[in-house]
Design a protein around this ligand. Structure first.
Ligand SMILES: [Zn+2]
Length: 384
């Protein structure tokens, strides 16, 4: 629908209605009247144009693009490419959309284009301060694809990153192992890891199994994710005031007020050994409750084992801390997310257990996924 308001031309596909409603003469008149009335509150409406569907004719500006529409276009592209023997038969469809440098086909992803368009339009409406724009933002409760009344999600990933992660999950990144066994590239004789030379260079190896990355890259990813939780605990419990973006946040070893005490990376002295990662510890003074918070980022297949293993490792230390610190209860909270952002379904419950907003799941996921992407990218760009 095009709106021309006070000579200021704003083209907005808003107040979307179904094609059937527009075909019906009576309903069409009603819609026109409603919109005119609404817009007149903000200035004189010179004219209103609503594209109406015509049987058998494609009218520009009509309709919403659904995921199925877009997927159908992709299918057409793939059929066309397959006719010309373009995609490798063993490669999954996401390969087509991945950057050529990363071993993909570099075809423009219509889904991403659409996402970008939506983001740009959303940003446009959210940044405008006129009453009309504000009213539109307020009124758009999923009427349009912009869904302007909903705030943007914190965990939004760049479409490229999302595509990259899909490929990681499908194990189709151009590792030595992939080239040798899947693409059957004859020039690859050795599919061992280019860095440690000890194990096969698979995507799992790069994202979580390589010794040479353990002390540096994987630790950095772990710290980045742990900071998200620490910062949230500190702000929620009023231990710090300002909220910085998590990636600029530097945790303090001990934060304390009259109700809570929060530790970051502090060694605890007990007779029992605390597992290798030092847990974050939150102590609620009034009810003498202590939470041992451990964060782990295993590869996708190891989520379940990691969870079970950690639980048993913390049983003794938890009892010990309960006794030494004279607590009523010591609870172990495990926040586990795979390198590509998958979590056990207990993840949200654990956030709630700590009094944290479940939206934090997205922020946490974003921090993990971005780090994993960086790890894989710089690995593949490094010399063989
Ligand atoms: Zn390695």
């Amino acid at each position: 629908m095009n709106l021309f308001v006070n000579g200021d031309i704003s083209t907005m596909h808003l107040f979307q209605v179904t094609p059937d409603e527009l075909k019906d003469e009576e309903e069409y008149e009603d819609i026109l009247e409603d919109i005119k009335e609404e817009c007149n509150k903000y200035g004189v409406v010179r004219s209103i144009e609503i594209p109406r569907p015509i049987e058998g004719v494609e009218v520009p500006g009509c309709g919403k693009w659904s995921h199925t529409d877009i997927e159908n276009i992709h299918i057409l592209i793939r059929i066309e490419l397959t006719k010309h023997r373009m995609p490798h038969p063993n490669a999954c469809k996401e390969m087509l959309l991945i950057d050529r440098k990363l071993g993909g086909r570099g075809i423009i992803d219509i889904q991403s284009l659409r996402t970008t368009q939506i983001q740009t339009l959303k940003h446009f409406f959210h940044s405008k301060q006129t009453n009309l724009h504000k009213a539109i933002v307020k009124a758009d409760k999923n009427y349009t694809q912009l869904n302007l009344s909903y705030p943007d999600h914190d965990g939004q990933l760049f479409p490229e990153t999302e595509g990259f992660m899909l490929a990681t999950q499908d194990q189709v990144i151009a590792t030595q192992n992939y080239k040798k066994y899947i693409i059957k590239d004859p020039s690859i004789t050795d599919d061992n890891c280019r860095k440690c030379h000890q194990q096969k260079e698979t995507i799992d190896h790069i994202t979580s199994g390589c010794k040479t990355l353990a002390g540096t890259e994987y630790t950095a990813r772990h710290i980045s994710a742990a900071k998200v939780i620490h910062q949230a605990l500190a702000t929620t419990n009023k231990l710090i005031e300002n909220t910085y973006p998590y990636y600029n946040y530097t945790p303090t070893s001990v934060l304390e007020n009259d109700r809570y005490k929060l530790y970051w990376d502090v060694e605890i002295h007990t007779d029992k050994t605390i597992p290798a990662n030092r847990p974050d510890i939150l102590q609620s003074k009034a009810d003498k409750m202590t939470y041992l918070i451990d964060i782990a980022i295993p590869n996708n297949v190891n989520i379940r084992n990691t969870y079970a293993g950690k639980i048993s490792k913390y049983t003794d230390p938890a009892m010990e801390i309960k006794r030494l610190w004279k607590q009523n209860k010591v609870t172990t909270v495990l926040l586990i997310m795979s390198v590509s952002g998958l979590t056990p379904n207990t993840f949200t419950q654990h956030l709630q257990q700590l009094g944290l907003d479940e939206k934090l799941h997205k922020v946490f996921q974003k921090s993990v996924i971005l780090k994993t992407c960086n790890i894989v990218r710089s690995f593949l760009n490094s010399d063989k």
